[in-house]
Write a protein that binds this ligand. Structure first.
Ligand code: GLY
Length: 363
């Protein structure tokens, strides 16, 4: 059942199809949108045994022959090494320019496959089939892709749009609870940056979102993201609002040795940004509402809660340590970091903070 189809008006435009029981008919939808009759399905070692077979037979029914590339699950796989193995595999399979890739999985898979699609033969088509909430509402849409470097996450990558995104909400049934919660951090983000009514709906859900309400929520997030990236595909301005909560999040992830999950770190990062905005008189009341909502969905609202969840020493996240990491963030421009701060729930503003004063943000 297709719940909604959202058009993304980027330079290479495409549709995001959201619904249930989508995987069974994926082959037909893909065949309608792609030129080639050969594909490689890329999935990690958790997702491949669950869904790759279903996708492969659906593609076969639509006359598309697909090979499979499976890599070990986890952020540790988002490396140049895995990227190298993948593109060598594509060459070994003799994929041509009209063939395509299917990214079947969460954010790591989508980012890796997007970058391989952008690079192999200087660019081939790819389809995003997100299997996590976070990938459905964020990373599968908008074309950011890439791999991590030793110096930090996502430091090597590209903007490269998929040709089609297919989200089957049924796959969330096999998603671990903590990963669902992590996706909710990004869902909440959309409410804060663009839609106060949506934020209020999430508050009313009291930490339980499923069925039609979940489809509606995913749909609203994708509508917001599609609108933002259509106006600013390469993050020259407006798209930066999607980074709300991420300045602190990247520092938390790095200082935790990547044991804190991205969504948990974003949850804390949103509250920290809102508290800083309140100290500076930019807003009032947003921080407590965001903190209550992230708690509703089982997410941490402070660095100490996040540290406790992972049995880490909260002292590792001292403001000066966080500032040092944030100062080397790839989004830094010159001597300042651009902060995204809530003016109220549903609207954010940008503020530049000199790197020399970054500690204040984390206090
Ligand atoms: N995840 C933020 C963006 O796609 O811009």
């Amino acid at each position: 059942m297709i719940y909604n189809t959202i058009h993304v008006g980027t330079g290479t435009p495409y549709d995001v199809v959201i619904g249930t029981n989508i995987l069974a008919g994926a082959g037909g939808m893909i065949a309608e949108n792609m030129r080639g009759k050969r594909a490689v399905i890329v999935a990690d070692s958790n997702v491949a045994p669950l869904y790759a077979h279903r996708l492969k037979s659906s593609l076969a029914d639509a006359g598309i022959e697909a090979a499979e590339f499976v890599f070990p699950a986890g952020e540790e796989s988002k490396t140049l090494e895995t990227f190298g193995r993948l593109v060598e595999y594509l060459a070994k399979e003799k994929l041509t320019r009209t063939d395509f890739l299917c990214a079947l999985g969460g954010g790591v898979t989508g980012d890796l496959v997007g970058y391989a699609a952008a690079s192999y033969l200087r660019g081939i088509d790819f389809v995003q089939i997100p299997t996590s909430l976070l990938a459905a509402v964020d990373s599968s849409v908008g074309g950011k892709c890439g791999v991590d470097l030793a110096a930090g996450k996502n430091l090597c990558g590209a903007f490269y749009q998929p040709r089609l995104v297919l989200f089957d909400a049924d796959v969330l049934q096999t998603l671990p609870e903590c990963e669902f919660a992590c996706g909710m951090a990004e869902v909440i983000k959309y409410g804060v940056i663009r839609d106060a009514g949506f934020f209020a709906e999430l508050e009313a859900a009291r930490g339980a979102l499923s069925g039609q309400a979940l489809l509606r929520a995913v749909s609203r997030c994708v509508e917001i993201k599609a609108d933002v990236v259509s106006r600013d595909e390469r993050e020259g301005g407006l798209r930066r609002i999607l980074n709300f909560g991420h300045t602190a999040a990247h520092a938390i992830e790095k200082l935790s040795g990547y044991s804190a999950h991205h969504g948990e770190a974003v949850a804390v990062g949103m509250v920290l940004a809102a508290r800083y905005a309140e100290r500076g008189g930019v807003t009032a009341g947003a921080a407590d509402r965001i903190a209550a909502l992230v708690h509703d969905f089982g997410l941490p609202a402070s660095v100490s809660e996040c540290a406790a969840m992972h049995s880490l020493d909260a002292a590792a996240f001292a403001p000066d340590a966080m500032a040092e990491v944030a100062a080397s963030d790839k989004k830094r421009a010159g001597d300042a970091v651009t902060l995204i701060l809530p003016k109220e729930i549903g609207e954010v503003t940008e503020q530049k903070l000199p790197v020399s004063r970054l500690t204040e943000f984390f206090e």
